[in-house]
Design a protein around this ligand. Structure first.
Ligand code: 13P
Ligand code: ZN
Length: 271
């Protein structure tokens, strides 16, 4: 067996959590990440037949049965993940039947996966239906995105159009737009199902007065989505209530989509 502390997937999670903490997106235990791992990349580092403990799921994750995930722990601080991944993260497998998860590594101080595990797994289910190469769900609390949810209407189309207009790259990075949920109690299957509904045909969902989820084929894609939304929200907040003298028009956004061979979400832009 190779040393799991040198596994690329674990190094990548440590680097990402440290970076997110550095950016101020993950105060205290704020934020969580789940990273779908391939059996062949984990097997050299871990005996996959050795289940340390099992935990119940209160929804049906049967579509993910057998899938392996590296998941940050509940109440754990992102700033501490890199120096002690074995206490602050763990590797789990969704068990046959989809109503339990098997802990295979980590959570060594007796801890558990993130309280947002229902949202993460439900998001993985819908993203995998949309894209078999999907792997990462990442959640955090970036201040500008959260601030924007207090002063902007929480409509998917209106929110997306504002972000697209704040910065040229936005349409290129998320042509399918973002989904927005009103304030809800977090850490349960209800917000998980509402989030998954938004992510069926998108990779970003924003929770009002809470934070953001990004999904992607790899850590860079999920991180880059959040980074781009947060930058656009920062510009929105910098503008504040000052009058906008010029912006990107719908016609210009359509020309941009054309130039980058992208299809903006249908019905959002007016020709
Ligand atoms: P966890 O500590 O359970 O991951 O929760 C943090 C969080 O961001 C809740 O939404
Ligand atoms: Zn949160």
């Amino acid at each position: 067996m190779y040393n799991i502390y040198e596994a690329p997937f674990l190094r990548e999670l440590c680097d990402t959590t440290a970076n997110m903490y550095r950016l101020g997106w993950d105060e205290r235990n704020g934020g969580n990440i789940s990273y779908r791992l391939k059996q062949e990349e984990v097997a050299p580092y871990l005996d996959l037949s050795r289940v340390l403990r099992t935990l119940p799921l209160d929804f049906d994750a049967g579509e993910l049965a057998g899938e392996l995930f590296l998941v940050t722990g509940t109440t754990k601080y992102f700033k501490n993940v890199a120096k002690c991944p074995q206490n602050n993260t763990g590797i789990l497998r969704v068990a046959e039947g989809g109503h339990t998860v098997e802990i295979l590594w980590g959570y060594e101080d007796g801890s558990r996966p993130t309280s947002e595990l229902p949202t993460h797994l439900m998001n993985h289910i819908v993203r995998l239906r949309a894209d078999p190469d999907h792997r990462v769900v990442l959640h955090c609390h970036p201040a500008n995105t959260v601030a924007m949810t207090f002063v902007h209407e929480l409509d998917d189309r209106a929110f997306t159009l504002t972000l697209w207009r704040m910065m040229t790259e936005c349409l290129v990075v998320f042509p399918e737009g973002v989904g927005v949920l009103p304030w809800m109690v977090c850490g349960n299957t209800e917000i998980g199902a509402a989030s998954a509904e938004k992510l069926r045909d998108r990779r970003v969902v924003i929770w009002a007065a809470h934070g953001i989820f990004g999904a992607g084929r790899d850590m860079d894609e999920a991180f880059g989505l959040v980074e781009t939304v947060e930058k656009a929200a920062e510009i929105y907040n910098l503008i504040g209530t000052r009058p906008i003298l010029q912006s990107i028009t719908d016609a210009e956004l359509l020309r941009l989509a054309d130039a980058f061979h992208l299809v903006p979400r249908a019905g959002y832009l007016q020709a």
